[in-house]
Design a protein around this ligand. Structure first.
Ligand code: FES
Length: 152
C-alpha cells in the first residue's frame, strides 16, 4: 500500500485512544522506519488537526525520524551519569570518525547517529546502544570497534 493508505491504517488503529498523536507517530515510525512527510497531512485530516500542529509535534520530538534510518542505528547516551563520565568526548570521537552529527545518517547509508537520554546503564557509563544492543564503558578502543562494526 502507499504511504497515505498505510498511514490511514495506523491512524485508525489508534483513533480511539485519548490524545492519539504521539502513539500514531510512533506507529508510523514502526511501519515505515521513519515518519514520511507525506504521512503528516493524512494524520492531520484524520485527527482534525492542522498540518502545522502535526508537523510541529513530529519535529519537536527528535525520536521521530524524517528520513529512513541507516543500516545501523547508534544511540549515544547523553544524560547526566554518562556526561560525567565523558560522553561528550565519546560523541565527538564518534561524530568525527563517522562524519555524521546527531540525527544524521552517513552518506553511504551505513549508520544513523542519535542521542538517547539514559539507557539504564549508568553504572557502566558512558553507554550506547548499537542496533538495540547496549554497550558500556565506552573508551577510545570501544569507539574504534563500534566504528569498524558499522562500516563492515
Ligand atoms: Fe547514560 Fe544512564 S545516564 S545510561
Amino acid at each position: 500500500a502507499d504511504v497515505a493508505a498505510r498511514t490511514a491504517m495506523v491512524v485508525d488503529e489508534h483513533g480511539a485512544l485519548e490524545g492519539p498523536l504521539l502513539p500514531i507517530l510512533h506507529g508510523i515510525q514502526e511501519e515505515f522506519g521513519y515518519v514520511p512527510v507525506e504521512a503528516l497531512p493524512v494524520i492531520a485530516d484524520k485527527l482534525n488537526l492542522s498540518r502545522a500542529e502535526v508537523h510541529g509535534v513530529a519535529t519537536f520530538y527528535h525520536d521521530y525520524r524524517k528520513h529512513p534510518a541507516g543500516r545501523h542505528v547508534l544511540k549515544l547516551c547523553q544524560a547526566e551519569a554518562c556526561q560525567s563520565m565523558g560522553s561528550d568526548q565519546v560523541a565527538a570521537m564518534v561524530k568525527s570518525a563517522l562524519g555524521v552529527g546527531f540525527h544524521e545518517t552517513a552518506a553511504d547509508g551505513s549508520v544513523t547517529l542519535e542521542p538517547v537520554y539514559c539507557l539504564g546503564l549508568c553504572a557502566c557509563a558512558p553507554a550506547a546502544m548499537l542496533d538495540g544492543a547496549v554497550i558500556g564503558r565506552i573508551d577510545a578502543d570501544v569507539v574504534d570497534e563500534i566504528v569498524a562494526g558499522v562500516r563492515s
